[in-house]
Design a protein around this ligand. Structure first.
Ligand code: MEV
Length: 410
């Protein structure tokens, strides 16, 4: 029966639309239904068919799964971070990202490597209450102990590992009059979304009783402003000499990097691209460890705009004959729970990193983001990024033209 016969509008390209029951079908039936509707070429179908085990994994991870999308997973090698030798897994589709990270890793290690820090992994769960009379706010603050106990009761494991409730904060939203109740919770090694959402929902009825108001919604904030990590490096200028083109002095190259970083403070449009380059590294590591890349990106860009205009997340200056660089941003990365614990590829990535805890992973991510940014700025101010891009792009074109391993030009 065609879609015309079924009374349903045709899907794009005239294919038969998927049945309404699609999401309730078993994996094999769903795949069959899609094949019938789409009639994909064998290569297209193979590209999303990783074998039975991974397809089953996809099926329990998301609704309506049909297969998986294999993004390239690579390793940026040669990092020295806080005195530790590290190779960093990165999952990314953009050709030059891993090459650039490896290049920057080698450069920064000549100045003693990257140095990092991270705050305690504290995130906020929010309960928004409507119709709370002002005089009831004090009652909410007075119920702090009870609220803390309720938050900790829903996540006893987190409490046992040294995390749990930290702070209660109230804010009356000026326009809507809604009362925001914020619960600051130390989520330890988890990304924390599940823990925070569970805690917020569990505490909402208590808050309604105490405040006399009505919960509008209960959800974490992905802003993660208290859960930040940072990295810095210092590179004596002579160490830049092999990285700058003939005819350019290291002083000139370093000065131009500093100026480029100032431009990213000054021009919001440039800042977006500057920060995108930082996230090239951080998101690739987040994806390789099956962390929530959208949460990490949302927090980073909001942090970059915390004063109003978007500003570059990193800073550079020349001091005492060295190029000094630093980066700070919110980083909600987990090493336990959710897809991170569930996906064998994430386990492999964490194994490569020596099974770091959540804070260490955030510190590694900050170092990687800064290295990525350094490689981009160096290329941009000394000859442009297209040269490196085009070399990798040429390999793609050669592949498309039929060349295989060993035949592509490097
Ligand atoms: C490309 O993915 C990233 C860059 O555009 C970053 C930047 O401009 O700083 C090269």
């Amino acid at each position: 029966m065609s879609s015309m016969d079924s009374g349903l509008p045709e899907a794009p390209s005239g294919r038969r639309p998927l049945p309404e029951s699609f999401r309730r079908l078993g994996l094999a039936e769903r795949q069959q239904s899609l094949q019938e509707s789409l009639q994909p070429g064998p290569q297209e179908w193979q590209a999303i068919s990783p074998g039975e085990k991974l397809a089953e994994l996809a099926d329990v991870m998301v609704e309506s799964a049909i297969g998986t999308l294999a993004v390239p997973l690579g390793v940026a090698t040669g990092f020295l971070i806080d005195g530790e030798e590290l190779d960093i897994p990165m999952a990314v589709e953009e050709p030059s990202v891993i090459a650039a990270a490896t290049f920057a890793a080698r450069l920064t290690r000549q100045g003693g490597g990257l140095h990092t820090w991270a705050t305690e992994p504290v995130m906020a769960a929010q309960v928004f209450l409507e119709a709370v009379p002002e005089q009831r706010e004090a009652a909410i603050l007075a119920a702090r102990t009870q609220i803390a106990a309720e938050v900790d009761a829903v996540q006893p494991g987190m409490k046992r590992r040294g995390g749990g409730f930290r702070e209660l904060r109230l804010q009356r939203l000026a326009e809507s009059g809604v009362l925001k109740v914020e619960l600051a919770v130390d989520v330890r090694d988890a990304m924390g979304a599940n823990a925070l959402n569970t805690a917020a929902e569990a505490v909402a009825p208590l808050l309604e009783r105490v405040s006399g108001g009505r919960a509008l919604m209960s959800i974490l904030s992905n802003a993660a402003r208290e859960r930040r990590a940072g990295a810095r490096f210092s590179l004596p200028l002579p160490q830049l000499s092999r990285a700058v083109p003939a005819g350019t002095s290291v002083e000139d190259a370093a000065g131009r990097i500093v100026l480029a970083s100032q431009v990213a403070q000054e021009d919001p449009e440039r800042a977006v691209t500057h920060n995108k380059g930082i996230m090239n590294g951080i998101s690739a590591l987040a994806l390789a460890t099956a962390n929530d890349t959208r949460a990490v990106e949302a927090a980073a860009h909001a942090w970059a705009a915390r004063e109003g205009p978007v500003r570059g997340l990193s800073r550079y200056e020349c001091r005492d004959g060295a190029l000094e660089a630093s980066l700070e941003l919110p980083l909600a990365l987990g090493t336990v729970g959710g897809a991170v614990a569930f996906h064998p590829a994430s386990r492999l990535s964490l194994r490569l990193l020596g099974f770091p805890d959540g804070r260490r992973l955030a510190r590694i991510a900050a170092a990687l983001g800064l290295a990525q940014n350094f490689a981009a700025l160096l290329a941009l101010v000394t000859g442009g990024i297209q040269r490196g891009h085009m070399r990798l792009h040429a390999r793609r074109l050669a592949y498309q033209a039929g060349a295989r391993e060993g035949e592509c030009t490097r």
